[in-house]
Design a protein around this ligand. Sequence first.
Ligand SMILES: [Fe+2]
Length: 198
Amino acid sequence: MALNPHDILDMLATRGPAQYGREAVSQLEHALQCAQLAEQAGEAPATVVAALLHDLGHLLAPAPKAPSAPDTPQAQDDLHQYLALPFLRPAFPDAVLEPIRLHVDAKRYLCAVDPGYWDTLSPASKHSLELQGGVYSVAEAARFADQPLAQEAVRLRRYDDLAKVPGLPTPDLAHYAAVLQAVALPRADAAVGAGTAG
Ligand SMILES: [Fe+2]
């Protein structure tokens, strides 16, 4: 099933208030903070949209059969960076999709090339790094950096890491409806506007 921009905003508004893993903010707060950081940094609209939607896979993942306690460590890699791509591909260009696809690998890359980066990660993010394959080798880091839009993914990763501040004011979802519309592929943007959740 393809998601149009209106579906996406609706999903963020209805499912986004759920807690973001073991972090102190909700999925929606995390998405809005990440998009705000990208916007404040002067990123292109496609990168702002990627920041807003980078964790949509968490909202699309099937609910666990028995909900675990919020402080229970994740037991396996959820591969959330890939889950949203089939839903988003009909509606958005690679400039949105690739930074989303690469934002987990960007953490593995930054740990390899930026001394001190690992220390900045939250405990939950350090834990998931191991499940995601751990720090890249020199050769793996070079291969990562060679990919189109890898640097956008690295910048998105840095916004992602910072977008976990409890209570931080951000624009609401309605603010990003226009950005989604501007970036969406021509046939995908027809539904934006009517009924957009705030
Ligand atoms: Fe994230």
